[in-house]
Design a protein around this ligand. Structure first.
Ligand SMILES: [Zn+2]
Length: 375
C-alpha cells in the first residue's frame, strides 16, 4: 500500500488502529506462551527453556522474549493482565518491572513469598493509576493529539512511565529499588555493565577481591568479577570438566601399559588392560581410582550403576552434547549439566555398555523419564 496517498486523518486513524491490534495481538501471544510453558512444549523442540525457544526458534530479541515470559508467568497468578495488556492499561515493560520487584522482594526477605493478592493489587494499582491520572492520555504514554480522539478510540487510560511504576512497585513491596541492569557494548566488543548488589553481595565481592590481591594488587571490581567468572568456569563448566576426565584418562592409560594391581578391575568398559595382573599399586595417582573398583562382591545394584571412566570418556567423545531429539529430529545439543542416560533402563535389563548409553542434558533426561512414566 502506498501510504503517501493517505490523508493525514486516515494515516492517523490507521496508525491508531494498528497499535490497538498490536496490543491485542501481544496479549494473545502472551497467553499462548503461557499455555506453551504449562505444557513444556519447548522441550520437544530441543530447547531447555522457554527463553531458548523464543530467542532461537522464534527469533525474539532477548529483552523482548524476557518481557513476554514475565507476562506469561504473571498471567498464571493474575489472569486479568491479558485484558489490561490488550487495552493498553499496562505494558509489557511494567509487567517485567513487577516481576523484577517480586524477585527482589523475595530475595531480600528469604522465606517470604509475594502472594497472588499482592501481585493482583500491584497490577490494579499500576493499570488504574494510569487511568485516573491522565484521562486524556494515549497509548505508549505519548501526548494525545486531543483528548476527544483518545476517548473516541476507547483506549481510556494512559500507560504510566516505567520510572513511576518502578516507584509504586518498590513502595508496595517495601523494597529499596528495583535493580536495573544495563549493558553497553563498545566497539571492541568489551562491555560496561551497571549492576545492583545488596550490601551483603557487595561485601562478598570485595572479599573476593581481597583474597585475590596476591595475584592482582589494586584490582578493580570489574577485574574481580572477571576473575571470579573464570574461576567458576574452571570448577563448573562441563566443557572444562570433560577435559579433566580426559586428562585422568591419559594418566590411567599410561599406567595400564605397565599393568595394575590385581585387586582392582575396571567397570564394564571396553578396555581390558586393568584386569591384567601385577605390580605398582603405589604408582597409581589418586585421580585414576575413579576408574577402579574392588573386585570383591558388591551388591548387584551398585555394580550395575558403575560406569567406567573409559566408557564415560568414549561416550563424551561420541555424543559431545545432549542427544535428545525433538519431534522434527532436531538434536538438543546442549552441553549444560550432561548426564548419562540408559537408552534401555536398568530396571528393564538395559546394560551399562556404551551402546546402551547416551548423553542427555539434565532437563531432557528428566523429560525422558517423565514420558516413560506416562506410558
Ligand atoms: Zn537436552
Amino acid at each position: 500500500m502506498n501510504l503517501k496517498i493517505l490523508s493525514d486523518e486516515t494515516l492517523t486513524e490507521k496508525l491508531r488502529d494498528l497499535s490497538k491490534r498490536d496490543l491485542a495481538l501481544t496479549a494473545e501471544i502472551v497467553s499462548h506462551i503461557h499455555e506453551f510453558m504449562v505444557r513444556r512444549l519447548y522441550l520437544d523442540h530441543g530447547c531447555t527453556s522457554i527463553f531458548g525457544y523464543l530467542t532461537d526458534h522464534l527469533g525474539y530479541p532477548r529483552a523482548t522474549a524476557q518481557n513476554r515470559i514475565d507476562a506469561a508467568r504473571l498471567l498464571d497468578a493474575v489472569p486479568e493482565i491479558k485484558e489490561e495488556l490488550a487495552n493498553g492499561k499496562i505494558s509489557l515493560g511494567q509487567i517485567t518491572l513487577i516481576s523484577m520487584g517480586v524477585r527482589q522482594a523475595e530475595k531480600e526477605n528469604p522465606g517470604m513469598k509475594v502472594s497472588v493478592d499482592q501481585k493482583r493489587h500491584l497490577v490494579e494499582k499500576i493499570a488504574n493509576r494510569g487511568n485516573a491520572e491522565t484521562g486524556s492520555g494515549c497509548l505508549y504514554g505519548e501526548h494525545a493529539e486531543s483528548g476527544e480522539k483518545t476517548a473516541k478510540s476507547g483506549n481510556g487510560g494512559s500507560v504510566r512511565s516505567e520510572h513511576a511504576s518502578a516507584q509504586i512497585i518498590a513502595q508496595e513491596l517495601d523494597i529499596k529499588i528495583i535493580p536495573v541492569e544495563r549493558v553497553r557494548v563498545h566497539q571492541d566488543g568489551s562491555v560496561t555493565i551497571e549492576v545492583h548488589l545488596s550490601k551483603e553481595e557487595f561485601e562478598n565481592l570485595k572479599r573476593v577481591r581481597d583474597l585475590n590481591t596476591h595475584k592482582n594488587h589494586n584490582a578493580k571490581l570489574g577485574e574481580t568479577v572477571a576473575e571470579a567468572a573464570k574461576f567458576f568456569l574452571e570448577k563448573k563448566d562441563p566443557r572444562k570438566l570433560k577435559t579433566k576426565i580426559d586428562l585422568q584418562q591419559a594418566k590411567t592409560d599410561s599406567i595400564s601399559e605397565t599393568g595394575s594391581d590385581s585387586n582392582l578391575e575396571v567397570g564394564s568398559g571396553p578396555n581390558q588392560n586393568f584386569s591384567s595382573s601385577s605390580n605398582s599399586k603405589d604408582d597409581l595417582p589418586k585421580t585414576s581410582t575413579v576408574a577402579l573398583r574392588p573386585s570383591a562382591q558388591l551388591p548387584k545394584r551398585i555394580q550395575r550403576n558403575y560406569i567406567s571412566v573409559h566408557v564415560v570418556r568414549a561416550l563424551h567423545q561420541r555424543d559431545k552434547s545432549c542427544r535428545w531429539r525433538d519431534s522434527t529430529g532436531h538434536f538438543c545439543g546442549s552441553t549444560y549439566q550432561l548426564q548419562i542416560d540408559h537408552i534401555r533402563g536398568l530396571a528393564d535389563g538395559g546394560a551399562d555398555a556404551i551402546e546402551n548409553l547416551e548423553l542427555k542434558c539434565s532437563i531432557h533426561n528428566r523429560r525422558k523419564f517423565e514420558l516413560e512414566q506416562r506410558q
